[in-house]
Structure formats: structure tokens, C-alpha cells
Write a protein that binds this ligand. Sequence first.
Ligand code: 5GP
Ligand code: ZN
Length: 135
Amino acid sequence: MSDCLFCKIIAGEIPSLKVYEDDYVLAFLDINPVKAGHTLVVPKNHAADVSQSSNEDLAQVMGVVRKIAPKIQETVGGDGFNLMTNVGEAAGQSVFHTHFHIIPRFKDDGLPMWPHDGATDEERVALAEKIKENL
Ligand code: 5GP
Ligand code: ZN
């Protein structure tokens, strides 16, 4: 897509700090890292988010993630990493080209963990049923 920022990065029209590239996948450093080594991994085929990308493209991306994420962690001396993707503005997605964030984590690095919303067992049981019916 010509007006897509990550398509422009893939095409080399916008510079990026590439750390890995093959025929299907590009990985480059995030311009505004949460932690050192924060990397974005994107399929070269454009789709708005993970719900739109093909299984084949996602498999290629995951293959690369599994290969490079432990090495990125090692490079920055991390103790772990978060792998995440945002879908939709409400979830924090700002670039609408499928991408996964690899965010190295460090012991006691001060980033907050997810808060818990709370739900009764009854609510959870009812919700599990509702979701299954909707699949
Ligand atoms: P999202 O919020 O959509 O999950 O993530 C988009 C990410 O892209 C953000 O972490 C943001 O810092 C990063 N980003 C936005 N523009 C650029 C850019 O021009 N170059 C690079 N390398 N990263 C970008
Ligand atoms: Zn794109």
C-alpha cells in the first residue's frame, strides 16, 4: 500500500535500522523504543493487522521472531522479552500494517505489569460459552 509507513520502510523509501531481512519478513529497530533493542517484525505483504494477514505470512514472521528475539535479548543483556501485537486503535495500534513488537525486559526494569480487571466465576463461565458460540 503506497500510503503505508511500513510498506515504505520495506520498499526502502523511508530509512530504518534493519536487523534482519528475507524474502517475506523485515525486522527493524523501533524509532521510539520502550527498552533497548525494541524491534518490530513485519511481513512484507501488506495487511492492516494480524487478523488480516495470511497464516503463511504469520508463520514466516513467527519463524523470524523465534530466531532473532533470543539473540536480541542476548545482545542487550536482557532477562526476557515481551512479544506483542496491537490490533485496533483502542489497543494502541498506530501503524496499520501487521507488526510484532519484541521488547527486551530486564529484572526489575520498572515497566508495569498488566492490571487485572476482575470477574466472578459465573461471569467467566458465561463469557467462555458466549465466545465459543460466536466462533
Ligand atoms: P503500534 O502502536 O502500531 O503497535 O506500533 C507502531 C510502532 O511503530 C511504535 O512503537 C512506533 O514507535 C514505531 N514507529 C512509528 N513510526 C516509525 C518509523 O518511522 N520508523 C520506525 N523504525 N518505527 C516507527
Ligand atoms: Zn503496509
